[in-house]
Write a protein that binds this ligand. Sequence first.
Ligand SMILES: *Cc1c(COP(=O)(O)O)cnc(C)c1O
Length: 377
Amino acid sequence: MAYERDNIRRLQAYVPGEQPVTDRLIKLNTNEHPDPPCSAVFEAMVSLDPKILRRYPCPTALEFRKAAATAHKLDPDQIIATNGGDELLRLTITVFCNPRTPEKNTDNSSQTSESFRGGGGLGVTDPTYSLYEVLANIHDTPVTKIPLNEDWSLAADMATQLNIAGVSLAMVVNPQAPSGHLEPVSSLQKLAENFQGILLIDEAYVDFAKTDALELVRPDSGLDNVLILRTLSKGYSLAGLRFGYGMGHVNLITSLHKARDSYNTDAISQHLATAAIKNRDQVAPTWKQIIAHRQNMAQQLTSRGMEVLPSETNFLLVKIPTGYKHPAPRIYQTLKEQGIFVRYFNQPRLSDCLRITIGTPSQNQTLLTALDKMNDS
Ligand SMILES: *Cc1c(COP(=O)(O)O)cnc(C)c1O
């Protein structure tokens, strides 16, 4: 399209996990919670009066921020509500990253944007959540990728590498996607202390982990460059609601508010999200169940000769060893033909892996039975 900006014309758009339209499928490909939302959300929904829709919603979702502040023992001013966690990611890039500045072509060399290094760009690990790079490309912001260690932990010199590249915002998923690895808070703290830019810790899966990084955004942490992302999509069974939030130093949150849509979250989602966060005690037991099912699935898959990475999330990254009866893409395809969706990433380090969301016990069992059938045939 001749009318598009150059970077949009070049852009490879984000590819979400498949969302089949029928219900009669086993969907273990996008890490949704297998249970319905908690009863407090149901009650909030049926008690909603459509008359509230006549007015604009609260621009800053104050009721939600107060409830989230109580839940996390923070100040409401340290919290921003967003249209899914994904909007927070976009916002941080808008606010903290610079677009690529084309070099002046004085010497006739055509190496302009491609030779650009850093200068206010985005830093990510490799691999990571693939949306990060897409969002940077939409903003025409350069991306610096720091490979993860063999065991999926962060490179020890990550801060130095980011600083040398001039990165102004780094995004780290913890617990990690797609591996499920949990980086200790001490290592994130060291990264934040040594990195000259903003560190966004994406805690989309934290409800299934044993630790979180909240202490890094407390006023007494001594850090003013950490943001934490949370979402109601995974732990709260509310992926369809599109509600997430960011937590961090008041100054960072104030900057983010400047660049968001005036009414970025709607009245219905604010109301339901508030009910969800206020009633975390209704949901928390399901996190424990999913963790137990995760441990069981890890055992089951390991006993079938697959290599299962330790996970602190609601999914498992499963490596299909060389010499296994079927390679990963084949298993993915065969399961799909039977209506069982898992995620396959055709990219370096992941091309022999499958990412499998933990479902209900019966869904998990159906998956195992299908694998056994494949191996017998
Ligand atoms: C799911 C997810 C998010 C946020 O998703 P939303 O549905 O937009 O809230 C952010 N980061 C990662 C790594 C995720 O998996």
